[in-house]
Design a protein around this ligand. Structure first.
Ligand code: SF4
Ligand code: SF4
Length: 502
């Protein structure tokens, strides 16, 4: 016997406004809406609604709204509706609960508990409209000091670096978890912005090799789609050791999303779940990681910087120290609010630590060990605005990965149902009728708009601080002050309390 589970949302239709045009019925891949020919009216099956807001946005008469159901079990502070429903679901199916996107729990967001400094009188602000403001940066090893030979020529030989015109990159999202049109939008936007997008662990579709100089290709534990041309096509190679949304486990792409095209790109069978292993089966130590880093460099004639990506966990600083010594050029850290196409709910919501704490600890540890210039640091997993970017860089990052914000720009409404493969916005789906809803000509422009707007705001905030380059902001924690934080939190973040002077 399956226990009835109350719908989470209720579809409210204003019958005075509804003209029974059936747009909502055609637009909903979850089959919520239908036309009742007996009454001549529309009806809704609330139990199928995931609150993606597609029908609300496209209803020509604004007749629809989706509300959280107020139906409730007997009030119990310990056993709320969601907790009870999840027990029922598992008792019904015997399965692991699956979710998508980032951790939605109300844990502290440290970005919102840090305030940025501004210049006044004695250290005047800089006007970014009238004075140069540098947001261009390079990722990769830096020379500890500049050395010249007798002719005055530079003696330093550096590993290849990544050049970014803005301190923002698009984070790893695989073809398979997101659609062809979403990938095309990201690739074209990265090219126009002078930054990078990341293939995730899904391989690189043959149509996108032309964006190679703006592409970071990923090598994950499943090695999906990895071969020589793939590595050589890219600007950089990222070894994925972990992911913020699901630290300690591998990736999971449900079989329903493995179309013929995805299967060819990933080099795996069609329609079968793709589950990459939790560890890389050839990596059990920093020495093993070093071997893979150098194998990838060797395979690409030392022309590509190598990134190692880890999830933010308790001992991330010690791990990062090892990564810096492994020969990697860039460390990417992914916080526990990072998005995903599919993850076990319990892991997404309970494993990992906030990116802010991990970043501060890693930057400090690398500085203490005198190896901070050996690697760059990329952070992702809850970067929501230009203010978060500024704070992340002041806390020690070189640049930020954005994933969820990029998907929002493409139309995502955060219904957190990507794993179902029926994204009504054409993003997290492989169904051709849904994929075509995302027009890459519009999608890429919206991404360019978003990052361009952020870049303007970043320049304004830096100017307000009296700082004229990302390089001068990096790790400048004196520019940050905490608010509503405990001494332990301030200590971990390495910042002072608001009101404390320099
Ligand atoms: S889209 Fe709006 S007007 Fe059209 S049938 Fe649905 S609720 Fe009615
Ligand atoms: S990508 Fe699509 S399915 Fe995923 S959260 Fe956004 S709207 Fe929902």
């Amino acid at each position: 016997m399956n226990m009835y589970i109350q719908p989470e949302y209720e579809v409210i239709r204003n019958s005075d406004k509804c003209i029974a045009c059936r747009v909502c019925e055609r637009q909903c891949a979850n089959l919520v809406h239908s036309f009742d020919s007996e009454t001549g009216k529309m009806k809704a099956d609330d139990s199928k609604c995931v609150n993606c807001h597609r029908c609300v946005c496209l209803c020509p008469t604004h007749a629809l709204k989706i509300v959280k159901s107020d139906d409730t079990y007997k009030i119990n502070a310990n056993w709320d509706n969601q907790t009870i429903n999840e027990v029922y679901k598992q008792a019904n199916t015997g399965g692991v609960l699956l979710s998508s996107m980032g951790n939605p729990k109300p844990y502290p967001v440290y970005w919102d508990r840090m305030l940025v400094n501004a210049s006044q009188v004695t250290n005047p602000p800089i006007d970014p409209l009238r004075e140069p403001m540098e947001t261009q940066l390079y990722l990769g090893k830096r020379a500890a000091k500049i050395e010249r030979d007798e002719q005055g020529k530079l003696k330093n030989t550096l590993a290849p670096q990544l050049k970014l015109k803005v301190p923002v990159l698009f984070s790893a999202m695989s073809y398979g978890s997101i659609s062809y049109n979403a990938h095309e939008s990201l690739a074209r936007a990265a090219e126009e912005l002078g930054t990078y997008y990341n293939t995730g662990e899904g391989g690189l579709h043959k149509d996108f090799y032309k964006y190679g100089k703006n592409t970071i290709v990923q090598v994950a534990s499943g090695r999906f789609g990895v071969f020589k041309d793939y590595l050589e096509s890219a600007a950089a190679i990222e070894i994925k050791m972990g992911q913020g949304a699901k630290p300690g486990i591998g990736g999971h792409l449900p079989g329903a999303k493995i179309s013929a095209d995805v299967s060819e790109t990933r080099m795996i069978p069609q329609g079968v779940d793709a589950i990459s292993p939790a560890p890389h089966h050839d990596i059990y130590s920093i020495e093993d990681l070093r071997q893979l880093v150098y194998s990838l460099k060797e395979a690409t004639e030392y022309k590509k910087p190598v990134i190692v990506k880890i999830a933010a966990v308790h001992n991330a600083a010690a791990i990062a120290s090892g990564i810096a010594r492994s020969g990697a050029d860039i460390i990417a850290i992914d916080g526990y609010r990072g998005g995903t196409g599919a993850a076990p709910t319990r892991i997404r919501d309970n494993v990992g630590i906030p990116i802010e704490l991990a970043l501060a600890q890693i930057d400090q540890r690398l500085r203490d060990e005198g190896i901070r210039d050996e690697v760059s640091i990329l952070v992702g997993g809850s970067i929501r605005s230009s203010a978060d970017v500024i704070k992340a860089i002041a806390l020690g990052a070189d640049a930020c990965y954005i994933g969820t914000a990029a998907l929002l720009a493409l139309g995502c409404h955060l219904c957190r149902s990507c794993h179902e493969g029926k994204c009504n916005w054409g993003i997290a789906t492989q169904r051709p009728d849904l994929v075509k809803r995302l027009n890459p000509d519009i999608g890429y422009k919206r991404l360019v708009n978003l990052v361009t707007a952020w870049n303007h705001e970043i320049q304004e905030m830096m100017g307000g601080m009296g700082i004229n380059s990302i390089e001068a902001l990096r790790g400048n924690r004196l520019m940050l002050r905490g608010i509503g934080l405990t001494d332990t939190e301030l200590n971990l973040l390495g910042i002072k309390y608001a009101g404390e002077s320099m």
